[in-house]
Write a protein that binds this ligand. Structure first.
Ligand code: PA5
Length: 434
């Protein structure tokens, strides 16, 4: 299990304050799993972890094998919950520079439809020159503007390069089983499709083909990820403060009620950045409504200690931190000695980089607590594919419980529609004239 340590949060609060929330956290967990609270038509994610490989996962494996064999580049088209999960998984497991040196057999993976930037588009076109590629279009609604525009452009590129039939074999759609423009297009064009179940919202969809197909293309075994999620589903069902989900959900609510309205999720791994992005969307879109919500921010240490560090240490005391740690990797880097010692680093000779990293972590933790910032720490253990599945399930469950404690519906996102309405009106989309 993930170890959640709250021993560094007791600055203005004390244990009885947390224990006083026991009934609330129990109730939130109960209504979530029983499906008796608002949003209960979007609880399909609770049962996505499966012990046995399903027919859908077998097809995901087969599609991934084909893509790996015939493509130098695989493009994942999607935005928000239809994009952040797979990217988070791949970058956490393989690092932010995972595309380096990749090609056919183990394709590079890029993303489209997550921006309206022309520069990004031009860059994508340049990197596709002379490359074989395939695309996965991910959109539950099938009508989101950013991925729809990217789809149109990439389909044309595919058709020009491979002809209609060839393009068809390189196009995969992940969408609602029956509804929406993408489903209709996929049926019409004869693309292979995978399903986002109607009762699974975008930001809770990473354990469907949304996450599993890109992960499989990257060489991450979907069933290993599932195994971790299956175990998490069992472990985190516990109804007591021994459950790390309870500790995390209750603790963040306790701090929020004490004016800590910003949570910074920090890791010491560059590969965690997109996981932070996934977490940010999960919590931000689930909790930020009805004038409530903890503002989720992510940071990477130690780089951000040289940018946000000052603010965290001495700025307004309205923040708390959640620091995520993983076990050190097997392959260690040992710092060597230098006979001139001009840089004065010989005191570290023979020490590993991880040793230094750990001291940076402990030093930061102590400094921030001294500065009046409550810090939750999470010891994730070894970084494996199983751990990845566990982490996704852990955060999703914690988010659902935490949001119900806040008394908001975690599974809708009415606010996202406002910018779209304005944009459509400005663009002159039929039906949005006024
Ligand atoms: O979490 C969500 O529901 C959203 O972030 C959606 O995933 C995002 O808006 C994309 O929607 P769609 O998959 O319908 O294109």
């Amino acid at each position: 299990m993930i170890k959640v340590d709250i021993s560094n949060v007791w600055i203005d609060k004390s244990l009885p304050d947390l224990l006083a929330l026991e009934k609330e956290v129990f109730h939130a967990h109960q209504v979530l799993t029983e499906g008796t609270a608002p949003g209960n038509d979007f609880l399909g994610w609770l049962n996505l972890p499966v012990e046995e490989e399903t027919e859908e996962i077998a097809r995901i494996r087969a599609a991934a094998k084909e893509i790996r064999e015939n493509s130098d580049v695989f493009i994942v088209i999607g935005i928000g919950g239809s994009y952040l999960g797979p990217r988070a998984a791949i970058e956490l497991m393989q690092g932010p520079n995972h595309n380096m040196g990749k090609g056919k057999g183990n394709p590079q993976i890029y993303y489209a439809g997550n921006t309206l930037s022309t520069r990004h588009w031009n860059e994508l076109l340049r990197l596709l020159e002379g490359k074989d590629f395939s695309i996965a279009i991910i959109s539950k609604s099938g009508t989101t503007t950013e991925p729809a525009i990217a789809t149109r452009g990439l389909r044309w590129l595919l058709e020009r390069k491979y002809g209609t039939e060839g393009a068809k074999k390189r196009t995969y759609a992940i969408t609602d089983p029956a509804n929406g423009a993408l489903r209709q297009m996929a049926n019409e064009e004869g693309w292979e499709t995978f399903v986002i179940p109607p009762n699974v919202g975008g930001r809770y969809s990473v354990l469907t083909a949304v996450g599993l197909l890109p992960m499989a293309v990257a060489g991450i075994d979907p069933m290993e990820v599932m195994r971790g999620a299956v175990q998490a589903k069992k472990d985190y069902d516990l109804r007591s403060f021994e459950n790390p989900v309870w500790l995390y959900a209750a603790c963040r609510n306790m701090l929020y009620r004490d004016g800590k309205v910003i949570e910074i999720l920090e890791s010491f791994e560059p590969g965690f950045k997109m996981m932070g992005g996934w977490w940010q969307q999960l919590f931000g879109e689930s909790e930020g409504k009805d004038g409530k919500g903890i503002f989720p921010v992510t940071a990477e240490f130690t780089p951000d200690l040289h940018s946000l560090g000052q603010m965290i240490q001495q700025g307004e005391r309205n923040i708390f931190e959640t620091m995520v740690r993983f076990d050190a990797p097997q392959q260690a880097l040992v710092i060597g000695g230098d006979y001139k010692n001009l840089d004065g680093l010989n005191y570290l000779e023979g020490k590993t980089m991880d040793f230094v990293d750990e001291k940076a972590y402990l030093g930061t933790l102590a400094a921030h607590v001294d500065g009046g910032v409550p810090v939750i720490t999470m010891d994730m253990g070894e970084l494996t594919n199983e751990k990845l599945g566990e982490m996704f399930y852990f955060f999703e469950l914690a988010c659902g419980v935490s949001a119900y404690m806040l008394d908001v519906n975690p599974f809708n996102q009415p606010g996202v529609e406002f910018y779209k309405r304005n944009m459509f009106q400005l663009l002159g989309k039929p039906g949005y004239e006024k």
